[in-house]
Design a protein around this ligand. Structure first.
Ligand SMILES: [Zn+2]
Length: 191
């Protein structure tokens, strides 16, 4: 939590971590990048530090976020990709300048152009989304089972049966709801 802003949901898949900056999309939506500075913070946490961010660049980021969400949702339910979402993802991918760098420890990190711009970071995120949407990576796009969430997430579990975008939030809430529903049905039952 930073200065009263909603904290970030961090995952290990860049593109869907990015779409998770807006949560509870079907309920009381929570905007986790409400200001340009919060986008800068999010990018920094995700290894894509940029010099600055304007309100217009924040809008660009949100437009990409919603395009990835729309395309990932369509893929998860085996619908055709929305053309407008494909255009936005491709534009952002084409306009970013970033290089993949191999570290001495054998890890991959991104080096953005200098000075590093939001557009460069968005290019990396768009490319990550493309690799998932194109089915290049080992995993499956799915929608969170929570009715107020329905976030698209990338299931890399071996069985491909993950139901929630996030075990600590949606998964936990669902478990609690089931527990209380059971208690109502069976009052007085010790569990
Ligand atoms: Zn969820």
């Amino acid at each position: 939590m930073s200065a009263g802003f909603p904290d970030f949901r961090l995952g290990n898949v860049l593109a869907t971590s990015f779409t998770a900056t807006l949560t509870e999309r079907r309920g009381d939506a929570v905007e986790r990048i409400p200001t340009p500075q919060r986008l800068v913070d999010w990018l920094t946490v995700n290894g894509l530090a940029v010099e600055s961010c304007t309100p217009a660049q924040l809008e660009l980021a949100r437009e990409l976020r919603e395009a990835i969400h729309a395309a990932a949702t369509a893929t998860a339910v085996h619908d055709a990709l929305p053309a407008s979402a494909v255009d936005v993802i491709n534009d952002r991918s084409a306009q970013g300048r970033a290089a993949a760098i191999l570290t001495a420890e054998g890890n991959r990190r991104w080096r953005l152009s200098s000075p590093s711009r939001v557009e460069d970071a968005l290019g990396v995120i768009a490319a990550d989304a493309i690799s998932i949407l194109a089915g290049e990576r080992d995993g499956r796009l799915a929608l969170c089972a929570s009715p107020t969430c329905r976030a698209a997430f990338f299931d890399t579990s071996r069985s491909r049966t993950r139901r929630w975008c996030d075990m600590n939030t949606c998964g936990n809430r669902q478990k609690k709801a089931r527990f209380y529903a059971n208690q109502r049905r069976n009052p007085g039952t010790a569990r």
